[in-house]
Design a protein around this ligand. Structure first.
Ligand code: AMP
Ligand code: ZN
Length: 175
């Protein structure tokens, strides 16, 4: 009996500490994930290796993989590994890390696919066509004006007075 009680007294604190330690490390990991990864974000899952993607480039901060919809052959998405809803939420350091890699990835795609041009597109918020809310840059190589990518800029008659006013307003607005 004495031995049994003694063992229990010795064991409980050790067990208690271990549980507490485990618990706090799980809490810490979850906290870190909340900052850098969104558990319900499809691109965070690709970055974490939880779902597959056809990767074309990877470094510490950036991942590029083929878009599943392939608007044109070689259509690629370049994403920051850190989760941001879209470009509007990013600071200059993180957006620089992302854009720094875009030209070289673009050239690789051009060379590999034999494309003769490329549209580089970024959609922000639903109204602009964003469907996945983790910043991504579309790199869409072009092979023909008649391929499946349609980008239309409808031109309007310029009113130079209005342009001047609007430019001034934007220039004076704090971000
Ligand atoms: P956006 O409409 O600008 O938000 O673009 C989202 C893009 O993500 C679309 O072109 C989708 O085809 C693409 N996409 C969605 N899920 C995946 C996935 N699992 N792997 C690759 N691309 C994906
Ligand atoms: Zn994400």
């Amino acid at each position: 009996y004495n031995m049994f009680n003694c063992k229990l007294l010795l064991c409980i604190p050790v067990y208690g500490n271990t549980v507490q330690h485990l618990h706090s490390s799980i809490l810490y990991q979850n906290l870190a994930k909340e900052v850098y990864f969104m558990t319900d974000c499809i691109f965070c899952k690709i970055i974490a290796g939880k779902i597959p993607a056809a990767k074309v480039y990877e470094d510490e901060g950036v991942l590029a993989f083929l878009d599943i919809s392939q608007v044109t052959p070689g259509h690629t998405l370049v994403v920051p590994k850190k989760h941001f809803r879209n470009l509007l939420e990013m600071d200059s350091v993180n957006s620089s890390l992302l854009f720094e890699q875009v030209p070289q990835i673009a050239r690789k795609i051009m060379k590999a696919t034999g494309a003769t041009g490329m549209n580089i597109i970024n959609n922000n918020e639903e109204i602009a066509g964003q469907t996945v809310f983790h910043t991504h840059i579309h790199l869409a190589p072009r092979f023909s004006e008649k391929d499946d990518l349609k980008v239309t800029f409808v031109a309007h008659e310029p009113n130079f007075e209005e342009l001047g006013k609007l430019a001034e307003k934007i220039a004076q607005t704090k971000e």
